[in-house]
Design a protein around this ligand. Structure first.
Ligand SMILES: Cc1cc2nc3c(=O)[nH]c(=O)nc-3n(C[C@H](O)[C@H](O)[C@H](O)COP(=O)(O)OP(=O)(O)OC[C@H]3O[C@@H](n4cnc5c(N)ncnc54)[C@H](O)[C@@H]3O)c2cc1C
Length: 736
């Protein structure tokens, strides 16, 4: 929440383009009291177009060229929703999202860029690689490089259709990258010349560079149709290609026109000089998707960048009832075109220059732009990754959300032990997550309760994670969920905002409950200083006459199967400190969203001997709960399935706030040979909506692991074995 007070208004930023990235940074520097900002983007990383050709040419890494929106939002205190907007209804102030419930706004801003026109020439959608979305282009480009590497000496024909700055830059970047390969590149341009709005000297410099690289430029060459492996030209020629890239004029997302708001002739949202829709003051737009009707300009990132500060000012002004500012885009703008290698040309009005120094100039401008999103005020620079020598003092950290916020096992255990002595008949729980309800004569009912503090800012995802997390206790018993009661605390907010929040949270939970036919029968909600969400869940055995699974029941010789990767504790601790990569956080969220329902079914049908779910106490403590007095276990640390980035964070000393308490159980560990210390620390990492740890006879374990992998638990793994503890042996867990 921005401003720390009751939330009264929702500003939704659709798309993480250049203007929004800048505006978001500016709005965060001076929060507006009572305003909640949400950014919606289909991916955690958004590309900076100026450096894109440099990425393809191999001058920059993926990270250097992309803004990590997840990290930016975490820094800014902005909610980040990984989602794609599919419709805008200005009447109800509602945005539809692909595959999830709609969200509402009080003020919306759109900066979703544009894509090459794919529907005017038949066959383009089916056969060509559009240069946007960049994520897809990058994937296809890497695949192409892989193919060329695997089949050295293969002749390959790359076709680029375009003629504007983007296409010539990309063609030369590709040429530079593939210079040592047997690849020909053809640039097909329907116009009489490339770079139509550039001055003649800049055009000549670019043509000369294309020629030097052996890129064949075809002018007045209109593509009429695209077929598999060949272009069909207006003059009937049928040049062949192996890979076709499409970089023609920009097109707008169709939902902009479908919103009913006025657009220009091309379907781009028509905006005034304040960047507001002609028809609705509460709808702003910037970047490629907007056309300033008084000052139309070509679609280029430089304009989107210039609009960012005006957009930030005007959003703030509208919310605070202050005067809005008019934006007048520049008539002439400096265009710097990279020429494949570390050379570039500059073009502004009649001025042009070319050479290595122009590339260095462009490189400096681009890096300066990107540094604004890397070096966020008050954050630790990313460059310090990997240099913390040991585990940091977790006590100084803000408490983690999710399971990192759990009361530690020792505290819980001692309180319950005391109370059960005091109330032997009524306090029977020993700290287990789920237990059978004392018999009432009816069939067995298992009940459990789990509550999480906010750990992801997206309320729909939070609802899904909290539901899965609570249901996991039932799955670990081999039970089928039947009903649930919710316990919700919502941050203080106006009634409209409360309703939006509650709807998203419960819709997320119901998405999971409905998938397993579990009924949300009621609950309790209240307001408080921070969000928390939990569920009491009830279940019955998966099948009639089936005995429930229990933590206990392991036999010596059993193998231990873990269904999901570890690492949510360290990753989210890193995320809170702005040290995590947004892609790792997205992958961790995906893992938390995965239900254990199917894993439980497989555990039961394969005859598991014992089972538990891995939550806040970390793997080691949960394993210890499973071991009888005459058992010990041996774990293969190298076999532990891990989330991407988790080990790197642990090696850097980034741990969740409950890690230290969990690590107290580490005294039972016995090292066999040289062990990887960071992997060992992973045994103490608290998990939210973690996997099941299943004990099963050795001959059935590989079958269960393979079945799990086939049913979407891609990282399921056999991680260790149960051993008989001979009298006199120290109790414990051997790690190697
Ligand atoms: C190869 C190439 C090189 C270029 N080089 C330059 C250059 O050097 N200089 C220059 O000025 N211009 C350049 N351009 C043009 C430039 O890419 C665009 O003008 C610029 O990216 C537009 O910025 P934007 O802020 O409008 O949106 P973008 O930067 O395109 O960002 C849009 C964002 O919105 C997200 N999004 C899209 N749809 C949705 C949705 N439905 N819901 C939610 N989010 C959505 C996208 O994932 C993306 O993150 C180049 C283009 C190409 C193809």
């Amino acid at each position: 929440m921005q401003g720390g007070a009751e939330i009264r208004q929702d500003l939704v930023l659709v798309g993480g383009g250049h203007s929004h990235a800048l505006a978001l940074r500016m709005l965060a520097m001076k929060p507006i009291e009572g305003l909640r900002i949400t950014l919606v983007s289909p991916a955690s990383h958004t590309p900076y177009s100026g450096m894109l050709p440099g990425l393809v040419a191999g001058h920059y890494s993926f990270e250097q060229v992309h803004i990590d929106l997840a990290r930016l939002c975490q820094w800014a205190g902005v909610r980040f929703l990984v989602a794609e907007v599919t419709a805008l209804d200005p009447m109800t102030r509602q945005l539809s999202l692909a595959g999830r419930p709609p969200i509402n706004y009080d003020l919306v801003s759109i900066d979703i860029g544009s894509q090459p026109e794919l529907d005017t020439v038949p066959g383009v959608r089916a056969h060509a690689v559009p240069v946007k979305p960049v994520a897809d282009l990058w994937q296809r480009w890497q695949a192409l490089q892989g193919r060329l590497l695997a089949q050295a000496g293969m002749d390959y024909r790359v076709a680029m259709v375009g003629g504007g700055a983007g296409s010539v830059e990309l063609a030369m970047a590709m040429g530079n990258r593939l210079a040592d390969k047997s690849v020909s590149i053809d640039l097909w341009c329907g116009a009489p010349e490339i770079l139509q709005n550039y001055n003649a000297r800049a055009r000549r410099a670019v043509m000369a560079a294309l020629q030097r690289q052996g890129i064949v430029v075809h002018l007045n060459a209109r593509v009429e149709r695209v077929e598999q492996g060949c272009l069909v030209m207006a003059d009937g020629a049928r040049p062949v290609y192996d890979e076709l890239f499409w970089c023609t004029g920009a097109a707008a997302a169709p939902w902009i026109t479908a919103s009913g708001l006025r657009t220009d002739g091309g379907g781009f949202l028509a905006v005034r000089d304040t960047l507001q829709s002609l028809d609705d003051d509460r709808v702003f737009a910037a970047g490629d998707i907007a056309t300033q009707v008084n000052h139309p300009r070509p679609k280029a990132g430089v304009f989107a960048v210039r609009q960012g500060p005006v957009l930030a000012h005007n959003l703030r002004a509208l919310l605070l009832d202050k005067p809005l500012r008019n934006h007048r885009p520049q008539q002439r703008f400096l265009s710097l075109i990279s020429l494949g290698g570390k050379q570039a040309t500059a073009d502004k009005g009649p001025f042009s220059a070319a050479g290595r120094w122009v590339w260095r100039w462009k490189d400096r401008i681009d890096r300066e732009f990107m540094s604004r999103f890397e070096e966020l005020p008050g954050s630790m620079p990313m460059a310090s990754w990997g240099c913390l020598p040991e585990l940091a003092g977790a006590e100084r950290q803000q408490p983690c959300g999710g399971c990192g916020a759990k009361v530690d096992a020792d505290t819980l255990g001692s309180v319950l032990a005391q109370l059960s002595r005091q109330y032997p008949e009524h306090c029977r729980g020993n700290g287990d997550d789920a237990a059978a309800i004392p018999s009432t004569g009816a069939s067995t009912v298992v009940q459990s309760l789990d509550v999480l503090r906010e750990m992801v800012a997206d309320p729909w995802q939070m609802g899904r994670i909290a539901a899965n997390h609570a249901l996991s206790d039932l799955y670990a018993c081999g039970a089928r969920p039947v009903s649930a009661l919710a316990a919700v605390t919502l941050p203080f907010a106006g009634s409209a905002i409360l309703q939006r929040e509650l709807r998203q949270l419960l819709a997320g939970a119901l998405h999971e409950f409905a998938a397993v036919d579990c009924c949300l029968t009621g609950g309790h909600s209240m307001q408080g200083p921070e969000l928390s969400l939990g569920f009491v869940v009830n279940g019955t055995p998966l099948a009639q006459d089936q005995r429930l699974l229990s933590k206990r029941g392991l036999a010596p010789g059993d193998l231990l199967v873990l269904t999901k990767p570890l690492g949510t504790g360290t990753l989210f601790a890193a995320h809170m400190q702005l040290l995590a990569d947004g892609r790792d956080i997205s992958a961790a969220v995906e893992s938390m969203l995965q239900s254990n329902a199917v894993a439980a079914e497989l555990a039961v049908t394969h005859g598991a001997s014992a089972c538990t779910d891995i939550t806040g106490f970390g793997l080691l403590r949960h394993l210890l709960e499973m071991l009888d007095a005459d058992h010990c276990a041996r774990l293969q640390l190298a076999q532990l399935p891990l989330l991407s980035g988790a080990l790197q964070q642990l090696r850097c000393g980034i741990v969740s706030t409950t890690h230290a308490a969990n690590a107290r159980a580490g005294k039972v560990l016995c090292r066999e040979g040289q062990v990887d210390e960071a992997r060992m620390q992973m045994l103490f990492d608290p998990q939210t909506s973690g996997g099941l740890l299943i004990g099963i006879a050795a001959d059935r374990a590989p079958v269960l692991r393979d079945a799990l992998r086939q049913r979407a638990y891609a990282q399921a793994e056999i991680i260790g074995e149960v051993l008989l503890r001979e009298p006199g042996d120290a109790p414990g867990v051997v790690v190697r």
